[in-house]
Write a protein that binds this ligand. Structure first.
Ligand SMILES: NC(=O)c1ccc[n+]([C@@H]2O[C@H](COP(=O)([O-])OP(=O)(O)OC[C@H]3O[C@@H](n4cnc5c(N)ncnc54)[C@H](OP(=O)(O)O)[C@@H]3O)[C@@H](O)[C@H]2O)c1
Length: 303
């Protein structure tokens, strides 16, 4: 297969690219940076400029499927300008892809777009949420972004393509991202939980997240799938487990919610939100997790 990936230089996209290449597929990718363009027979970079709505149409040549991950990072202060960039980068990039497909001959059959479990309401007590159980309701800025991103994605279906969405959880990787941020203070015996420490953290190992995207591509699946592991944990036990694996016990009291809000502003909602998402649907479609349990994932990525 030839797969076009957006956001391929990021944490998730680079792992999916690496895995697709090692399985013998060809990867085309779109980047906003000239310096990130590399080209070999089976791995080719192309430029786009989402702000100016320009794209190198050659990126679509021979492509069977698209994986769309690109978007401005949400891990920054949520000023009005940043919120606009976070939302617009996702909506405008999706529009660029839709226009590309409308205006050019192509053989694309399948599109898989990213979303996040932040689309679900913040809930510390409920049961694990399946994709179709709770209609997405906007409860904060991130939910707004996810709803808008998922909604515009439905237009791929209107073009006659098969469309799937992966609602990504907290991605654990040995190469940066959430785990690096969580483990940094633990290294200096300064680890702690946040708020009341009871928030559900629906984590996923990067190997499995990449595996889920590739499973969806291989089986041409459509619909929405939570990209989370089968056994989420609550915040304080997650921090305690990180401490255990690193051999650095986490003993400090949790950082109170109001301090998180003062430190991070509105963005603290990412850290304080509780989302208990179910992995059942992708498992029912035949995906088998390499890291269903947290501790094995931590042992692998915190080495
Ligand atoms: N990591 C997580 O825990 C997590 C959780 C839930 C959802 N997600 C979502 O999954 C997607 C991939 O996550 P990630 O962690 O791999 O993100 P990442 O490491 O921040 O990478 C995002 C990629 O998007 C591209 N990008 C950034 N700003 C852009 C802009 N303004 N216009 C166009 N492209 C832009 C960049 O590619 P170039 O610099 O090459 O252009 C970058 O490599 C993101 O949409 C993210 O919101 C991630």
């Amino acid at each position: 297969m030839v797969i076009l990936i957006t956001g391929a230089t990021g944490l998730v996209g680079s792992k999916i690219s690496e895995d697709l290449l090692s399985q013998g597929h060809t990867v085309h990718y779109l980047t906003t940076r000239k310096s990130a363009i590399k080209s070999s027979d089976n791995h080719k970079g192309f430029l786009w400029n989402v702000k100016e709505m320009t794209i190198d149409a050659k990126c679509i040549d021979g492509v069977d499927a698209i994986v769309h991950l690109a978007g401005e990072t949400v891990f920054q202060k949520w000023t009005d300008a940043a919120k606009k960039r976070i939302l617009n980068s996702r909506i405008d990039s999706t529009n660029l892809l839709l226009n590309l497909l409308k205006e050019n001959e192509h053989q694309v059959k399948h599109v898989v777009t990213a979303s996040a479990i932040g689309i679900y309401p913040d809930d510390q007590d409920g049961k694990a949420l399946r994709e179709d159980e709770i209609p997405p309701t906007a409860t904060n800025f991130l939910a707004d972004v996810c709803i808008a991103w998922e909604k515009i994605g439905t237009q791929f279906k209107e073009l006659g393509l098969t469309h799937a969405i992966v609602r990504i959880g907290i991605v654990l990787s040995g190469k940066g991202g959430a785990l690096e941020q969580m483990s940094k203070p633990v290294k200096f015996y300064a680890g702690s939980g946040f708020g009341n420490g009871k928030m559900w953290q629906s984590w996923v190992a990067i190997d499995d997240l990449s595996g889920i995207f590739i499973h969806i591509l291989n089986h041409e699946l459509e619909g929405v799938y939570n990209g989370v592991a089968p056994h989420p944990v609550r915040n304080r036990p997650m921090m305690n487990r990180i401490g255990k694996v690193m051999g650095k016990p986490v003993f400090l009291p949790n950082v109170p919610e109001f301090i998180m809000k003062v430190m991070l502003g509105e963005m603290s909602s990412i850290v304080l939100a509780s989302q208990h998402a179910s992995s059942s649907r992708i498992e029912e479609k035949g995906y088998s997790f390499k890291y269903p349990e947290l501790e094995a994932a931590l042992r692998s990525y915190l080495k």
